[in-house]
Write a protein of this length. Structure first.
Length: 171
């Protein structure tokens, strides 16, 4: 996840508490759903009846992710759109649970833990912000226990070599 989705630990991973009717568990398989599909002919294969199957299937190679997806119609009144990007404001959802619980901050993230803590301070529930680092003896990501190695302050992009969490990992 850290390599694929957070730009090699420069971003963050968000943990949500989710209870929604539209959460689907991804199915992993070895064969493509639609053999030989092209951009010109996709509408011959993709329609309203199979969109959930299409969005809920990935190659077997990704099975280690154990992914779940939340499908939200873009015409939903709470979806905020900015060009081609669409956002779901999690504090405004009623009758469903979609609450941010933890922010795991990559050790190369220059955003600043103090700023992130300030950003989530106004939420109606506790959100834990955690500095992470690669584990020393395995291929896992671990919580950086010693807070003196947390990237408390925001830094300039490209200055990650001076971040405390980077120094803790690489010296």
């Amino acid at each position: 996840m850290w390599a694929h989705y957070t730009d090699n630990h420069e971003g963050a991973c968000l943990e949500f508490e989710v209870t929604f009717n539209h959460v689907i568990k991804i199915k992993y398989q070895t064969k493509k759903l639609f053999q030989g599909i092209t951009l010109d002919g996709y509408d011959n294969h993709i329609n309203e009846n199979n969109v959930e199957k299409l969005l809920g299937t990935k190659a077997q190679d990704w099975a280690y992710e154990q992914e779940h997806r939340l499908l939200v119609p873009l015409d939903n009144e709470v979806v905020v759109s900015e060009g081609n990007l669409h956002f779901l404001p999690f504090q405004e959802i009623e009758d469903n649970t979609f609450m941010l619980r933890r922010v795991f901050v990559g050790y190369r993230c220059s955003k600043g833990i103090s700023k992130l803590m300030s950003d989530v301070a106004g939420y109606p529930h506790k959100v834990e912000v955690i500095q992470t680092r690669p584990a020393f003896k395995s291929f896992n990501v671990s919580k950086q226990i010693d807070t003196k190695f947390w990237n408390w302050d925001e830094s300039e992009k490209g200055e990650e070599h001076s971040l405390p969490a980077v120094k803790a990992v690489h010296g």
